[in-house]
Write a protein that binds this ligand. Structure first.
Ligand code: IVH
Length: 686
């Protein structure tokens, strides 16, 4: 898939010594509180450069060199680990994985019996010591042989229960991290406390784990990835655990009430062949951007205890496991400038201009900064080194300045006092600033958008022509297009009879576009093409959309509690524009909605537009219904019945003994209803 980051070439002994110092400092900061002067890629590059130099000049190797050491030699803590907490060697891409597997199999003298494939969680390694089922101590990895006691965090880590299901004595190993939601909460708490935020979830987790006397408490999350009995423990559980395949150990850990990745979309799997391993690697990489927590790779392990024992471990890393690194999604670069642009709805948004960096396969030059208060909140300055995040299809964003890299030459960011487009006043009453002229400020942009191919598709209406019409005072918004007369068009420069007639015909055709496209043309904030289609299909007519309150709008898949009132307010604001379109005879209905599963009947039904999945045993009023009858009921109620939970699922009806579907719905944040709640929802149809 991807290649290893290139190495830093070190020219001489002085450059080598400097590189070692840089790596030692970066590593110390990273393991101390998660901050770093280098991003992961830059650190990897540096250490590989150091290793290459040491290979050529073995006589010059410095004792402080980070090569071959766990945590790059950053020594932290004084609690000895009973079994060393090792690191992992890395591979970058399928070829390197195959090479590694081949060399492992040569060492074993036989093919690996089974592989275990799981996500590499991007947090901090932790050892959780349980005595007779009680959580008694939390220790960081430290230098691998001894770590720091962070037992004060007990009780703040989701997924790490105070008591296990059984009174066993065992050490659980796993990763402590912050989910996206926990990170946002932590940033808000810190913001309220001292006006600063954390750079990213990993450093927030690191800082939080070590913080002892913060006046506010931030929640953390634990995912287990291993269980170790004490080396001298001869109990039955200990003996059993030692002999179990890794996959069974993880099932045992989950059975003790400890969180593992089993209930996430990237749950560990067992693969028989390397091709299957690679397939899972690709699946995990594909969903990475949508996960509610950070991963930076995939860990591939020999599943069987026998294979692990036969492979053995080196001083830094085991030989039975490897980390398949995914491309970095975060890098440090320079903030060169901030541009302010007024969008077609009048929103004034800042955009960061960056020193270009390669992130997740593309070169990033611009990144979103959201709004003015966001800039203030993050304390950004021009010339700052900033952490930039980009993964999958997300718009790159600036996360935070790296304050300890400041040189003193940074300058404040200028905040505009007037609209950068028209010079009129700015309405700063909301977080997102807006030109007081609203959509009228950038009429050219909003009309061009409305006339675009994916909206009204008005052929022959170029932006320059729209500008000409605006300048001549013929139009103020796109509804005015439908009232233009032939004479008015002919009066425009460079407009002949044929072009005028063609344009008039294009306007007529545009009037017949389906509601989804008309709605999209309105440019309601927060609704793009697919959302417009969903809204149109859901309501069927513009009248129904306009009559909907926030609660009704929220029934549309993908519209949450935050977006729904915005949509309602926007529709009220553009009411006169919609009235004008109606008066012009523009179509205001969605043909698709009337020809869906149940022609013309779905609108207003309790499950209209919803994708519903049923799992577990039904009870109460639904007890007698077979799965097929349940699905029929869903469709009679206007919904779509589906058998698998995905991000598109609107509702999971979960009865008793609901298993993996419920877990998946929980991890995806899908609404879950009990059979009784569901029966209430569809009571009229029962
Ligand atoms: S196994 C001896 N499994 O990655 C085996 N580690 O770069 C080492 N990590 O120190 C641990 N997810 O903090 C393992 N599924 C996973 C992991 C994982 C994240 C971390 C762990 C380790 C580091 C090595």
């Amino acid at each position: 898939m991807n290649d290893a980051p290139p190495i830093s070439v070190l020219a001489d002994e002085a450059a080598y010594a400097e590189a070692v110092q840089l790596a030692v400092d970066a590593s110390a900061a990273y393991y101390a509180d998660g901050t770093s002067t280098l991003d992961d890629d830059a650190y990897d590059r540096l250490v590989r450069g150091i290793a290459a130099y040491e290979l050529e000049h073995p006589d010059q190797v410095l004792a402080t060199s980070p090569t071959g050491k766990v945590a790059g030699g950053a020594v932290v803590g004084d609690v000895p680990h009973l079994v060393p907490m090792l690191s992992l060697d890395n591979v970058f891409g399928a070829d390197q994985l195959a090479e590694w597997a081949a060399s492992l199999e040569r060492r074993l003298g036989h093919p690996v019996t089974a592989w275990s494939v799981e996500p590499k969680l991007d947090g901090l390694a932790i050892s959780a010591r349980y005595r007779h089922g009680r959580l008694v101590q939390l220790v960081t990895r430290g230098d691998g042989t001894a770590g720091e006691d962070v037992s004060h965090a007990i009780g703040t880590v989701v997924g790490l229960p105070a008591r296990l299901a059984e009174p066993v004595t065992v050490e659980l190993r796993g990763e402590v991290m912050m989910t996206t939601a926990q990170f946002e909460q932590a940033c808000a708490k810190r913001q309220a406390h001292d006006g600063t935020t954390f750079a990213n979830p990993r450093s927030a987790a690191a800082g939080t784990l070590r913080a002892q006397d913060r006046p506010y408490v931030c929640e953390l999350t634990f995912f287990g990835y291993g269980a170790l009995p004490a080396p001298d423990d001869t109990s039955e559980t200990a003996t059993r655990l030692r002999a179990m395949p890794h996959s069974q150990v993880m099932a045992w850990v989950a059975g003790q009430g400890v969180q593992t990745t089993a209930r996430t979309p990237v749950a560990g799997i067992v693969a028989a062949a390397l091709a299957q391993v690679q397939e899972r690697v690709e699946q995990i990489a594909a969903v990475r951007a949508e996960l509610p927590f950070g991963i930076d790779g995939i860990v591939i392990k020999c599943d069987l205890a026998e294979d692990q024992a036969a492979a053995g471990s080196g001083s830094r890393a085991p030989r039975w496991a490897i980390a398949y690194k995914l491309p970095a999604v975060e890098k440090i670069t320079k903030l060169l400038a901030v541009e302010w642009n007024t969008g077609r709805t009048g929103i004034i948004a800042p955009r960061a201009v960056l020193e270009p960096v390669r992130l997740d396969g593309s070169i990033v030059t611009y990144a979103t900064l959201h709004n003015a208060s966001d800039i203030a909140r993050r304390g950004l300055m021009l010339g700052d080194s900033v952490v930039v995040y980009k993964a999958g299809d997300v718009i790159p964003r600036v996360e935070a300045p790296v304050v300890h890299l400041r040189t003193g030459d940074e300058q404040p960011i200028e905040i505009p006092a007037v609209c950068p487009s028209c010079g009129d006043q700015i309405d700063t009453s909301q977080e997102r600033w807006r030109c007081v002229r609203g959509r009228a400020c950038r009429a050219i942009a909003s009309i061009t958008y409305a006339a675009g191919r994916d909206q009204l598709d008005i052929e022959g209406l170029a932006e320059s022509r729209i500008q000409q019409m605006l300048d001549a005072g013929l139009i103020g918004d796109f509804a005015d297009l439908f009232f233009l007369t032939r004479d008015q068009l002919l009066g425009l420069e460079r407009m002949g009879e044929v072009s005028s007639d063609n344009l008039l015909a294009a306007f007529e055709r545009a009037k017949n576009q389906p509601l989804s496209r008309v709605f999209c043309a309105l440019g309601v904030r927060g609704t793009g093409r697919s959302m417009s289609r969903r809204i149109a299909r859901h309501f069927g007519s513009m009248d129904a959309i306009r009559a909907a309150d926030a609660e009704a709008i929220q029934q549309v898949e993908g519209i949450g509690a935050e977006k729904a009132p915005v949509v309602v307010a926007e529709l009220a604001e553009i009411g006169p524009l919609i009235d004008k379109l109606v008066a012009a005879g523009v179509n205001m209905t969605e043909p698709g909605a009337a020809t869906a599963a149940d022609p013309g009947e779905t609108t207003g039904l309790p499950l209209a537009g919803m994708s519903v999945v049923v799992t577990g045993a039904m009870s109460g009023r639904l007890e007698a219904l077979s799965r097929n009858e349940m699905n029929e009921l869903i469709e009679r109620a206007g919904g779509t019945a589906s058998s698998s939970v995905s991000a598109k699922t609107s509702l999971l009806v979960a009865g008793e003994k609901a298993g993996s579907k419920r877990a998946k719905a929980e991890s995806l944040g899908v609404r879950i209803a009990s059979p009784e709640e569901f029966a209430d929802l569809v009571a009229a149809l029962l």
